[in-house]
Design a protein around this ligand. Structure first.
Ligand SMILES: Cc1cc2nc3c(=O)[nH]c(=O)nc-3n(C[C@H](O)[C@H](O)[C@H](O)COP(=O)(O)OP(=O)(O)OC[C@H]3O[C@@H](n4cnc5c(N)ncnc54)[C@H](O)[C@@H]3O)c2cc1C
Length: 414
């Protein structure tokens, strides 16, 4: 793989850009691999990457029924933060945030990580108490957050209305090194690095069945034929229930559509990410100038990758209340993705009842931020059979009642 560099850009500029090679190969599937990962979203690709990088396992195929990064990884609003409440969550999300800091250099792909700061507004006394608690928990966990007063909120976000008629801003939980990144580039960067290690990233290859003998996985059936493997990773977000069904077990997961929208591009007016959980909406400004706006999840299970009208209305209403200056903006487009929600709003990174089959799912509305850390933990679990980062997120917690309750940290989504 040729490295991207300033010298490569100059060289290609001098020869009409005829020397660029495809970022990743498009091979035909082989009959057998050591490891097959189902799902070429961020989590599946990161798992493959760290299997190769950390454990030298490169006889790996990553299969996707569509195009890589075409699921939630390419549909999210790209917020990266690690200010969760419980210790297992803070550990994996902070590991992930830290990996994001140097991911562009590591993958030799500009993922546009922008640690511009994320604030979560407190707009009721109850919410304020909750964030003060999180601030103290984060201090013990080594996650840098700070509860800031309304005047500091206004200073950081001049366009915000802190004297809202219904819910005035009482302060915010502020994480200065949180931010955003370019979602497609994260998927492309991992795919390119996997391909460079000799792994197969195979698009348009849907898995239709899981093969097992004597309670142990032996391979998968796909739309491009049978593929054997010793270890199988299911990393398919909103479709996890279907894949688990193929592998013969059930998951405590519901799949719902979560949606987002963007406005027309405008001049720079906001250089941090603001989440307003009480009125329910959040917003950041992309490098193109569009206001990127996140809405709510549908109240019923479904697989439609579209937005629904009443959510747009509710989200826009919430944001006009928080940022009155945006009321004249035109919205450009909206879309949805199928998110996989667990009861405690925490992920599953786990062995399964089928030997050799592992699952990574349940990231729900907030799994973009965790892609590097989740891939790191899942690779360790698949290679070694255990991972300290994944230990709290086993499937058995639902049977044993050991929930990792993040319903507050993940409440507004993202
Ligand atoms: C509107 C929206 C906003 C969001 N905002 C944020 C945010 O700001 N911050 C944040 O941290 N998170 C956010 N999220 C959540 C985040 O996007 C997801 O948690 C994360 O992208 C999940 O990644 P993944 O790799 O697990 O899944 P995906 O990217 O969905 O990848 C799963 C892949 O599996 C493939 N697949 C499914 N079934 C099969 C099959 N049978 N055979 C082969 N392949 C199959 C799919 O085609 C898909 O490509 C948001 C999500 C949405 C929808």
């Amino acid at each position: 793989m040729k490295r991207y560099s300033v010298f490569a850009i100059v060289r290609e500029a001098l020869r009409q850009h005829r020397g660029w090679e495809p970022a990743w190969a498009s091979p035909e599937p082989r009959d057998r691999y050591d490891v097959v990962i189902v799902g070429a979203g961020g989590h599946g690709l990161a798992t493959a990457y760290y299997l190769g990088k950390n454990f030298g396992i490169t006889n790996v195929a990553v299969l996707d029924k569509g195009w890589l990064g075409g699921g939630n990884t390419g549909r999210n609003t790209t917020i990266i933060r690690s200010n969760y409440l419980q210790d297992p969550s803070a550990a994996i999300y902070e590991k992930s945030r830290a990996l994001y800091e140097t991911l562009s250099q590591e993958l030799n792909m500009n993922i546009m990580f922008s640690p511009r700061g994320v604030m979560m507004l407190a707009q009721t006394e109850h919410e304020k108490r909750g964030y003060l608690r999180t601030e103290r928990a984060n201090a013990l966990q080594g996650v840098e957050t700070r509860f800031i007063p309304p005047e500091e909120v206004k200073k950081l976000v001049p366009i915000i209305n802190i004297d809202g008629p219904r819910y005035p801003v009482l302060g915010a939980l502020w994480q200065a090194r949180a931010g955003t990144a370019r979602h497609d580039a994260v998927a492309w960067g991992y795919a390119r690095a996997c391909s460079a290690m000799g792994m197969h990233v195979i698009q348009n290859c849907a898995v239709t069945g899981v093969e097992a003998v004597g309670g142990k996985v032996t391979g998968v059936q796909t739309t491009r034929g049978a593929i054997g493997c010793n270890r199988l990773g299911l990393v398919v977000a909103g479709h996890s229930g279907h894949l688990a069904n193929m592998a013969g077990f059930r998951l405590p997961i519901e799949s719902v559509a979560l949606q987002a929208l963007v406005s027309e591009p405008i001049k720079p007016c906001m250089d941090v990410v603001v989440m307003a959980n009480t009125v329910h909406g959040y917003m950041s400004q992309s490098d193109k100038g569009e206001m990127v706006i996140g809405g709510g999840a549908d109240g019923y299970n479904n697989y439609t990758q579209r937005g629904s009208w009443h959510h747009i209305e509710e989200t826009v209403r919430a944001l006009c209340e928080t940022f009155p200056v945006i009321s004249r903006l035109k919205m450009l487009r909206h879309w949805g993705g199928i998110v996989d929600m667990t009861g405690d709003r925490s992920p599953i990174i786990s062995r399964t009842p089928l030997e050799g089959c592992f699952i990574n799912a349940g990231w729900g509305t907030g799994g973009f931020k965790s892609i590097p850390g989740s891939g790191w933990a899942m690779a360790e679990l698949m290679a070694r059979g255990e991972s300290s980062l994944a230990a709290g997120f086993g499937l058995e917690r639902f049977r044993e009642g050991r929930f990792v309750d993040e319903s507050v940290a993940a409440g507004v989504a993202h």
